[in-house]
Ligand binder design. Sequence first.
Ligand SMILES: Cc1cc2nc3c(=O)[nH]c(=O)nc-3n(C[C@H](O)[C@H](O)[C@H](O)COP(=O)(O)O)c2cc1C
Length: 178
Amino acid sequence: MDFKELIEKRQSDRRYLDKEVEDEKIRMCIQAAILSPSACNAQPWTFVVINDKDLVEKVKVIASDGGINRFAYKAPVFVAIVLERESLMAGMGMVIQDKEYRLMDVGMAAEHFCLMATELGLGTCMMGWFAEKKLKKLLNVPDKKRIPLLISIGYPDTKHREKQRKDFSQVCKYNSYK
Ligand SMILES: Cc1cc2nc3c(=O)[nH]c(=O)nc-3n(C[C@H](O)[C@H](O)[C@H](O)COP(=O)(O)O)c2cc1C
């Protein structure tokens, strides 16, 4: 699969087969995320893999808290991304530039993860909506840290969907914003 095929194939998969995901594949996805760029190479992330069956059951409830992500009940594995402290340099840059580099970093790492999963025949869905406090407690993440994203992962039970995207001309301008 070339890169264009890969980015077209990746989609948010919200249905999964009842099939175990090999740990080797999860590790490959995390390795791909580790190769992601980050501001000042701070790598402000920890990936917590949830594949213990009892724990997965609890995360399903937490992921679907509020009724938004009910599909998570079908997911066999989850990966929570814990936001870590930025490096001194990145921290200074964040203050001076007033930019949240760490969230950009985590977003890119998450996409690397999902693209690798696609290449391996797996389906993923990034979730920004879940009961974060409950998840932190369950995973022993200190209360002051954040979990910006939870990713569900499994063998997809879905067909490829046509991408719904804004028109090129709506989102790309040459030489001037206007
Ligand atoms: C930061 C972020 C948070 C997201 N949160 C959720 C979520 O909580 N639940 C969900 O079903 N999808 C979530 N998504 C998936 C988006 O809905 C999805 O990427 C978008 O609709 C485009 O569809 P595609 O991923 O299939 O191309 C999230 C995606 C991102 C990048």
